[in-house]
Write a protein that binds this ligand. Sequence first.
Ligand code: ZN
Ligand code: ZN
Length: 357
Amino acid sequence: MNNNRLAQLRAAMKEKELDGLLVTHIPHVRYLSGFSGSAGQLLVTRRAAWFITDFRYQEQAAAELRNGFKAIITKTPYETIAEKKLIQEGMKVGFQDGYMTVAALGALRKKFRKAKFAATGGMVTQTTIVKTPEEVSAIRKAADIAARVYQEILGIVKPGMRENEVAMEISYLGKKFGSEGDAFDIIVASGPRGALPHGRASTKKIKSGELVTLDFGCIHQGFNSDMTRTFAVGKPTPLARKIYDIVLNAEQAGVKAARAGMTGKELDDVCRNIITDAGYGEQFGHSTGHGLGIEVHEQPSVSFRAEKQRMPEGAVVTIEPGIYLPDQLGVRIEDDVLLTATGCTVLTSSPRELIIV
Ligand code: ZN
Ligand code: ZN
């Protein structure tokens, strides 16, 4: 499996006439080399592959590196690369412009004045879009852990509990059930705070009669899940029920329509049209979804802007429409789906009907 990743990357390098590629984005370092630590970079050439880190990660590198990556342990990466002549005069070397700092690029250019450096944009990201069966299993496992957390959390949330207490429980339960960590900062947004699409858990106390939106994900073997559910604490208002039903209809229509070969915009339209027809188009201000895998947000984008790229079979995307009424409430429902030739497989197993706790 991992050999394919490097072979795919080398094919992309060849196309761009790159002799080497520096990979500095940590999720991509893990994806390609197997190293799961937090510091290190890769130098991939047409024939060789090096992992460069410092002494803190020596043992971990020896245990984790796969696919022919050789470890270089150094305090001064660029000097060591120069000494070992891994980047030489005339070589064209790609760098990850979305992730490398201006300072690092300046230092690199200064050190290797006779090499050429080229921005590679999403070159590595492109290779991560189509998932192998093993990668899908890892995402499914991460989604299963999240579903278990959600089931437990419904029995824990009570009026008077603070949003950040709920977030701590989610984080704790995730790890207890096998998650490697929180996929991202947990969102717990209750009552009027539900109108903030990215309302991180605050010290606000949850009141009876409010909706609560939870958005969180778990991690398995470096692969992420991402789910959102909105539920009611005590009896919801008629408005809350109405908004919930519209969002649920939109979300389910998206799941029904999703399949490989669509553009992100076509799928976005399915959800957006339902919300717009119900009169709340202006209150759905974000994209319908995003690719999911080694990163929580990756390609393909399920967006009104994604008009050209057709989503391939084997991509995993989220479907997460929402409606946000400022100072009142918000509802979002999010599932992870695997795109297939004929439709999609839903990886998120939690119930979708409005639950009242
Ligand atoms: Zn989410
Ligand atoms: Zn998401």
